[in-house]
Design a protein around this ligand. Structure first.
Ligand SMILES: Cc1cc2nc3c(=O)[nH]c(=O)nc-3n(C[C@H](O)[C@H](O)[C@H](O)COP(=O)(O)O)c2cc1C
Length: 486
């Protein structure tokens, strides 16, 4: 099911009992964070919150809208994220149809879905442009932008969809990069060096040009998720969002930049970045659970702010896990597994536990077929898009449930000889990693936690895992109620 806008999604969350309104005045300076942090740490992620009276602003603040398994699924219009993963898997592996009739029955609906994906270009204004502010009317400080944590360098827009176009090919990119507010009409632009927005800026710099930017807040939540998804450069996030929502994204021309923006977004901030200009950005209480240090980043000069008449300001906070962004990561884990299996068919499952903040820990199970197979899988992951940031990869046999972290720790401890079964490599590291030797560069480690083979030099006997015999289990099942032990 597609939502026409973010408020329709909030309405749906309210209808299914997943949203709480807060009508008393609450300060976006630290107070909303403290409330939202307590809620996000409730079992299952707590409810979404709508602060109707944020201090100092007339825009209500929505937070934690993606912050549970159920809400993340609702954001993508399904009951269970796995159903989309299954759909992706079936699209990647279409069965060879047995005859024309079967082809029509099985392939045409899939093609129909594909045809619906590309974004539509609407003429005229979008509802995101009901109010247009330019020149002296521009004032970022009117928005209820959170100052999230005590040592933060200022207020940050935390759920922005940053639209840029490749200066050479014109291809669009949408990434989620935080925006620190400096004053009424300037802000930071925290696209990290490995991200596509930063690449667009580098290409602009080579051509001595500014790069135009539109920062979008809201729209169908599928768009927000798409901005966070590790899509290969060149794959349009709006096309991916169209696939997720089974309906094309409607775009309109922005007012002061040559960029198309989602017609039904809540708020759009238009502007440009001069690639030669940099300013100190940060510190910021980050999703690592630590403050990321201040560093030099580009500056966004705002040329217009447009918004719906009754716009809601969507945001999140990041910090010590578990947090709302863990559920966005969960969606990526599930939706990208079928794509990963295209390159690595031996992979059975993969889990990125929330304590591992997406890029510190990956637990992978494989059908091990040959000596060194676990190492092959590690190297493949380190060579694959944003998976290159994975600091620790643990590879297990197919019968290990990698969704069960307790089981993984037990198997890991038992199954490795650290000297033989680890592999340390050097390469790109997530910019937010504060332990690496330098920013963005350091080492990564893989652990082969699989059963070892003779051909891997293992000449001893590998013991069986302890389990009870099925006959005894059956006998005890039959007497269990009589034992009165429950
Ligand atoms: C809440 C949230 C905040 C994020 N903030 C940033 C950020 O400030 N800078 C950044 O480079 N990536 C940030 N990311 C990660 C990127 O959005 C993610 O890597 C995305 O795939 C980048 O898109 P791109 O490949 O089109 O550059 C954030 C992700 C989330 C979920």
């Amino acid at each position: 099911m597609a939502y026409s806008n973010f408020q329709e999604f909030l309405k749906r969350l309210e209808d299914i009992g997943e949203l709480k309104r807060v009508d008393r005045e609450v300060d976006p300076y630290l107070e909303i964070t403290e409330i939202a942090d307590r809620v996000m740490k409730m079992p299952g992620g707590g409810p979404a919150l709508l602060f109707e009276n944020p201090k100092g602003s007339s825009f209500p603040v929505a937070i934690n809208a993606f912050g549970s398994k159920r809400r993340m699924a609702a954001a993508l219009g399904v009951e269970d994220i796995e159903s989309i993963a299954d759909e992706i898997a079936s699209m990647l592996k279409p069965e060879v149809p047995n005859g024309a009739l079967q082809a029509a029955r099985e392939l045409l609906p899939k093609l129909g879905v594909l045809m619906k994906m590309p974004p539509r270009h609407d003429r005229g204004e979008g509802t995101c442009q009901e109010v247009v502010k330019t020149g002296d009317d521009i004032n970022l400080e009117e928005l209820p932008i959170l100052h999230c944590w005590p040592q933060d360098g200022g207020r940050y827009i935390t759920l922005p969809l940053v639209f840029t176009n490749d200066p050479v090919t014109g291809k669009r990119n949408v990434g989620m990069y935080r925006i620190q507010v400096y004053d009424r009409n300037t802000s930071g632009m925290h696209w990290q060096m490995h991200k596509v927005g930063a690449e667009h800026a580098r290409v602009s710099a080579e051509r001595n040009q500014n790069i135009q930017v539109a920062v979008v807040l809201g729209g169908d939540p599928a768009l927000t998720y798409a901005a966070t998804a590790p899509l290969p450069p060149g794959i349009d996030e709006m096309l991916f969002a169209g696939f997720l929502r089974k309906s094309p994204v409607h775009l309109v021309k922005a007012k002061t930049v040559d960029i198309e923006v989602p017609a039904d977004a809540e708020i759009v901030i238009e502007g440009y970045v001069d690639p030669r200009e940099q300013r100190l950005e940060g510190p910021f209480g980050d999703h690592t659970g630590y403050y990321s240090l201040a560093d030099m980043y580009p500056v966004l000069h705002v040329t217009a702010i447009t918004h719906r008449k009754n716009a809601v300001y969507p945001c999140t906070i990041v910090g010590q896990p578990p947090m709302e962004d863990g559920w966005l990561g969960y969606a990526t884990e599930r939706l990208f597994l079928p794509l990963l299996k295209l390159t690595l068919p031996e992979v059975v499952d993969m889990h990125l536990p929330v304590q591992g903040i997406f890029h510190n820990i990956a637990l992978v199970s494989i059908k091990k077929r040959y000596p060194g197979h676990a190492f092959k899988v590690m190297h493949a992951l380190w060579g694959l898009g944003q998976a290159m940031f994975t600091k620790m990869i643990f590879v297990f046999d197919a019968d290990v449930d990698v969704q069960n972290v307790d089981e993984c720790l037990w198997r890991l401890g038992n199954n490795i000889d650290p000297e033989r079964d680890t592999c340390v490599v050097r390469g790109p590291i997530d910019v937010l990693d504060h332990a690496s030797r330098s920013m963005g560069f350091g080492s990564k480690i893989g652990f082969d936690c699989t059963r070892k083979l003779l051909a891997e030099g293992f000449t001893r006997e590998w013991p069986d895992v302890i389990t009870m015999s099925p006959e005894v289990k059956k006998r005890v099942d039959a007497m269990w109620t009589d034992l009165g032990l429950d």
